[in-house]
Ligand binder design. Structure first.
Ligand SMILES: Nc1ncnc2c1ncn2[C@@H]1O[C@H](COP(=O)(O)OP(=O)(O)OP(=O)(O)O)[C@@H](O)[C@H]1O
Length: 612
């Protein structure tokens, strides 16, 4: 069956199929100015993006060997064309197929690139990031950039960055993009809402557009898809979101992005894979299924990105992720490029993650595991029995500031799925428009709930931790930790659903004796983030038995005096420095060195049921 396929270069103005027309004359495309690395396509093999995939006869010879890693020195002035050559696999596209425009109705002229203006509406408050401490460690760290123009990402990707109205890279992007473009493995830690998705997507898309010719295995009659990049994330909704973002960034670049996650019919995902895939965004469970059915092979993988990497290597996911990365056909570390991103990176998990990395750079933007100061954090002592009435008071108090009749978007975290259903019911019964998202709801219900919340139709969303990480929902005014989590890192991710992209937000936590093991880590985190710590919480935190050393799943562990300094675990371990430790530790900004991060305390988490 000839699956309909899409050209990725085609104009999008007209969705109606048009009769086939002769292809446009190839425009002369200058070779990239700084593309002199050995991994680049040579000129004789160069195919302009608009001619890619036209003929399978032009495909490079089959080979199962992964291509060499991207070469360093990809920085330079943008020259207006994209180099390299790739084939997405699947059926060759037909000219009249249209690539849907992920930017909605946009067909107006692209905004001209303009010098950054502090007063411009960039969607992100860069002042908020002015003094952010940055630490990099590892050998020969490529220098950071100040603007997108300093990075040679390619014309099509630059156009999409402008369409996204990203005027200036965020701090994590300024550092991570040049590191990734230089072909280096990366473990990056940056605060919630600080633009990590683009930080790993841009170099991957650019690398695929401009990398060496693709050598995908060609088994006759095979329906096995061989993506070049794999982005793993822990939840279905986050995978969908990354897919949406990556599609925007790769619009008209020729790079094809496909998503695969559980809970949705696999048939559509199989069809999408058959049409060709360069970047596969997936949750681990569904990917294992696809690998077992031999519908996906990882042998062509050049880029592996783990979003929420600490979660992906946590106990619930680690076996699956190890299976995918180490026991299937993925090229080994050192051959593929591996990028790990999260807002939190406990020392134990860093140590485990280093199995996947080769000669990597550690990047910390802001303090590792800390929350942004843009989020005002409040902790209130509320007994279990009083939580509902207290929540009601909060909801009354936080009506939409512009329109008092409207409820501001409020995300309420609870511990259990049953608790979520029950609170949702109670809120609705009491006249508050609420919905819920958790692991016992089917995928349709989950997606509907999220859409309804995002649109403001149901401005209160009751959620388990399934919504704690990564979700980028604009205008969440308030996060309420109705039940505090047992792990401070989970708290950091939960409150990070507000106060994103330079905007301010509010987070309120209900605390009582059941949360005493969190007292110290919570008080420390609030101090780190310049928040006022209530005296009663300080007293709780000072009690030796509540000092975080033995409490629950507090991975920061480390007992008394531990600070949340963002540290490369290699600096703490004795093996660090072997073969040239002096190269490590290129730190910029006022990053504290007094951390005792990492170490004990982590254990016994089990697989949380709310996750996919
Ligand atoms: N350079 C930029 N300029 C303006 N806005 C940006 C820029 N980069 C990213 N953003 C926006 O910032 C928001 C947050 O980005 P993103 O979701 O990637 O954050 P994150 O760091 O991955 O957060 P989390 O840790 O919660 O997953 C998004 O709405 C994104 O579109």
């Amino acid at each position: 069956m000839a699956a309909p396929s899409r050209t990725s270069w085609a104009d999008v103005a007209d969705a109606e199929p048009a009769p086939p027309a002769p292809p446009p004359a190839p425009a002369p495309v200058p070779a990239p100015a700084a593309s002199n690395g050995p991994a680049r396509a040579d000129r004789s093999s160069y195919v302009p993006p608009h001619l890619r995939n036209r003929s399978s006869a032009a495909a490079p010879p089959a080979s199962s060997a992964p291509p060499p890693r991207a070469a360093p020195s990809l920085l330079g002035r943008h020259t207006g064309g994209v180099g390299g050559r790739f084939a997405s696999g699947g059926a060759p596209p037909r000219r009249w197929d249209r690539e849907p425009n992920p930017f909605g109705n946009e067909e107006e002229a692209l905004p001209e690139p303009v010098p950054f203006d502090e007063h411009q509406n960039t969607g992100i408050n860069f002042d908020a990031y002015e003094d952010i401490p940055v630490e990099t460690s590892g050998r020969e760290v490529p220098p950071a950039v100040g603007t997108f123009a300093e990075i040679d990402l390619g014309a099509a990707l630059n156009d999409n960055i402008r369409r996204c109205k990203y005027v200036r890279p965020t701090p994590v992007q300024r550092h991570a993009i040049p590191i990734s473009l230089a072909g280096r493995d990366l473990m990056a830690c940056a605060q919630t809402g600080s633009g990590k998705t683009a930080a790993f997507c841009f170099p991957i898309i650019s690398g695929i557009m401009r990398g060496p010719p693709v050598q995908r295995p060609q088994r006759s009659g095979s329906r096995t898809a061989c993506p070049l990049a794999l982005i793993l994330s822990p939840t279905r909704e986050l995978s969908m979101q990354i897919h949406e973002e990556a599609k925007k960034f790769s619009y008209q670049t020729g790079v094809k992005v496909v998503v695969a996650y559980g809970g949705a019919p696999i048939t559509q995902q199989l069809r999408d894979l058959e049409r060709g895939v360069d970047i596969l965004v997936a949750t681990p469970g569904r990917l294992v299924d696809l690998l077992e059915r031999a519908r996906v092979s990882l042998q062509s993988i050049r880029y592996l990105a783990l979003d929420e990497a600490d979660r992906m290597l946590d106990m619930g996911f680690e076996p699956q992720v190890r299976r995918i990365v180490e026991q299937m056909d993925m090229p080994p570390r050192g051959v593929r490029q591996t990028l790990l991103f999260s807002a939190t990176f406990p020392g134990e998990i860093q140590r485990m993650a280093s199995d996947f990395l080769e000669n990597y750079i550690f990047l910390a933007v802001g303090r590792v595991g800390s929350s942004t100061e843009l989020i005002a954090q409040r902790v209130e002592f509320v007994q279990e029995a009083d939580k509902r009435s207290h929540l009601m008071d909060l909801l009354h108090a936080h009506r939409d500031s512009a329109d008092q009749a409207k409820q501001a978007l409020t995300l309420v975290f609870v511990e259990t799925k049953r608790g979520a259903d029950s609170l949702e019911n109670w809120l609705c019964t009491n006249g508050f428009p609420a919905t819920s998202i958790h692991g016992d709801r089917n995928q349709q219900e989950r997606e509907y709930a999220l859409r309804s919340f995002k649109s403001g139709q149901t401005p209160i969303l009751v959620a388990t931790d399934v919504a704690a990480r990564g979700l980028d929902i604009p205008h969440v005014a308030h996060v309420v930790n109705f039940d505090l989590p047992n792990d401070i890192d989970d708290y950091v991710h939960r409150i990070g659903r507000t106060g994103r992209a330079g905007k301010s937000g509010l987070a309120t936590a209900f605390f009582n004796d059941n949360n005493s093991s969190m007292a110290k880590s919570l008080a420390d985190l609030m101090t780190e983030s310049n928040q006022e710590v209530p005296a009663w919480l300080t007293r709780y935190a000072a009690r030796p038995s509540y000092g975080g050393g033995g409490g629950g799943r507090n991975r920061r562990g480390g007992g008394g005096g531990s600070r949340f300094g963002g540290r490369d675990f290699r600096k703490e371990s004795s093996s660090f420095g072997k073969g040239g430790g002096a190269d490590y530790g290129g730190s910029s900004g006022g990053y504290g060195g007094s951390s005792t991060y990492g170490g004990g305390g982590y254990g016994g988490a089990g697989a949380p049921s709310a996750w996919d």
